[in-house]
Design a protein around this ligand. Structure first.
Ligand code: KIV
Length: 263
């Protein structure tokens, strides 16, 4: 099995080949997802909600993230592993460098952080120090208390312009990937075309280079889910088949469909 690298993912964007990403928190699901052909695994701080039962990602610590990254690495033989820097662990470049080091040593290939152009210096320093960065914009769940809830972002012209500008500036700062969460599809398409780095979408329509879903959502384990979620367990008799169906649907562009998109 050939390891998926950042170069592989960039090449996929250039070739117009869709990238299938899924969150993952342990070695068993890591192994199953690899067998199902997933390209990248996100050790997301959503583990604070789907594993720990919290109502936000804020209680997640760097120790939790390093532990779950190490678990995912043990089951992995091909996928590119991205790990979240959790809430309040990258408030300044020095803090980000120290904490990113813990995730990279645990087995991550890239760290993801949530925010805007205020992260530029941190992204530059991380990249210089050998840590590739994915910048998460749009709905940033760690800022739920600032945003006033888990709401679609970029709906006004002013917000949309700001998001597009942020995407370009973050790429210039050295971000090697972007994640766009809960933004109107047209805006996501515009941002994806405006940058050369791969763009992962969740609730961002079908035109982004990659799609990600939270594992527990796509397996139909959560009763209350957002509009962009699809239960891939439906009609399947095993978890591996459900993940295979997800990978197929991302690759052939049938997921997300119109009903999963924000306008
Ligand atoms: O933490 C996470 O799982 C995420 C997803 C919402 C993409 O960032």
């Amino acid at each position: 099995m050939q390891q998926v690298t950042l170069q592989t993912l960039k090449q996929m964007k250039e070739n117009g080949e869709k990238i299938a990403v899924l969150t993952c928190y342990d070695s068993t699901f890591s192994k199953i997802s690899n067998q199902a052909g997933i390209d990248a695994l996100l050790v997301g701080d959503t583990l604070g909600m789907v594993l720990q039962g919290n109502d936000s990602t804020l209680p997640v610590t760097i120790e939790h993230m390093a532990y779950h990254t190490a678990c995912v690495k043990k089951g992995n033989n091909r996928a590119f592993i991205i790990s979240d820097l959790p809430f309040m662990t990258y408030a300044c470049p020095e803090q980000a460098l120290k904490n990113a080091g813990l995730l990279m040593r645990a087995g991550s290939h890239m760290v993801k952080l949530e925010g805007d152009i205020w992260l530029s210096e941190t992204i530059r320093r991380l990249t210089e120090n050998g840590v590739p960065v994915c910048a998460h914009i749009g709905l940033t769940p760690q800022a739920v208390n600032v945003l006033g809830g888990f709401k679609v972002q970029g709906r006004t012209e002013k917000q949309a312009k700001k998001l597009l500008e942020s995407a370009k500036r973050l790429e210039e700062s050295g971000a090697a990937m972007l994640l766009l969460e809960c933004v109107p599809s047209k805006l996501a398409e515009k941002i994806t075309k405006a940058v050369d780095i791969p763009v992962i979408g969740i609730g961002a329509g079908v035109e982004t280079d990659a799609q990600v879903l939270v594992l527990h959502d796509m397996l139909g384990l959560n009763e209350k889910t957002a509009k962009f979620v699809c239960n891939f367990m439906e009609g399947q008799s095993s978890v591996q088949d459900a993940i295979k169906a997800y990978v197929r649907a991302v690759k052939d562009g049938s997921f997300p469909s119109q009903k999963h998109q924000y306008i």
